[in-house]
Design a protein around this ligand. Structure first.
Ligand SMILES: [Fe+2]
Length: 204
């Protein structure tokens, strides 16, 4: 029984054009994300983690048997991280956050621009494959950092609310080696309403 299935993209494949192209979205969701999902399912089938939410499993990696821990960390991480990534982007998005999230960002980083600089630095500073993250820490404070590969903030006890995939598969077709241009254009597709919703949930 496949408990974990790949959710469809929450918008059309071409919805993030011109910032993220349709061909990249098709490959990224249908091939890369699907493969993480399939390999995660393979790893947890027949274990107590088969029916458990993937983020709950990532939050207790130390309890996952050693023989599948690597697969769960990499493929479970890839499965969960991409679900969040699709959700925090959208068409007709971008701009700046409002409400409690905007206040929290200003409080934590000084200003929205200062936050953005820090997030961009995390995305650019990730050597090789990985992700940039905005998280809510256990004490409710916001933090920005990067993590390699498919490692999830959830495994550190943090709740991710915004993320950017800086694996080359996320941008190479359109941007080739120009990661900075991809990272710069990301701000045009950030769905701040979703990020604010995740922030609200994480603070509860
Ligand atoms: Fe990816």
């Amino acid at each position: 029984m496949a408990t974990h299935t790949l959710p469809p993209l929450p918008y059309d494949y071409n919805a993030l054009e011109p910032w993220i192209d349709e061909q990249t979205m098709r490959l990224h969701h249908d091939k890369h994300h699907q493969t993480y999902c399939d390999n995660f399912v393979k790893a947890v089938t027949g274990t107590p983690f088969e029916a458990q939410d993937v983020n709950a499993t990532l939050a207790q990696l130390d309890k996952v048997p050693e023989n599948i821990r690597g697969a769960v960390r990499n493929h479970g991480g890839g499965f969960a991280n991409h679900i969040l990534f699709w959700e925090i982007m959208g068409p007709k998005a971008g701009g700046t956050p409002t409400g409690p999230l905007a206040e929290a960002i200003s409080k934590a980083f000084g200003s929205f621009d200062a936050f953005r600089e820090k997030f961009v630095a995390a995305a650019m500073g990730q050597f090789g494959s990985g992700w940039a993250w905005l998280v809510v820490k256990a004490d409710g404070e916001l933090a920005v950092y990067n993590l390699p590969n498919q490692d999830s903030p959830v495994s550190k006890g943090d709740t991710p609310i915004l993320t950017l995939d800086v694996w080359e598969h996320a941008y190479y077709l359109k941007y080739q080696n120009r990661r900075a241009e991809y990272v710069g254009n990301f701000w045009n597709v950030v769905n701040w309403n979703k990020v604010a919703e995740l922030y609200g949930k994480a603070k509860k």
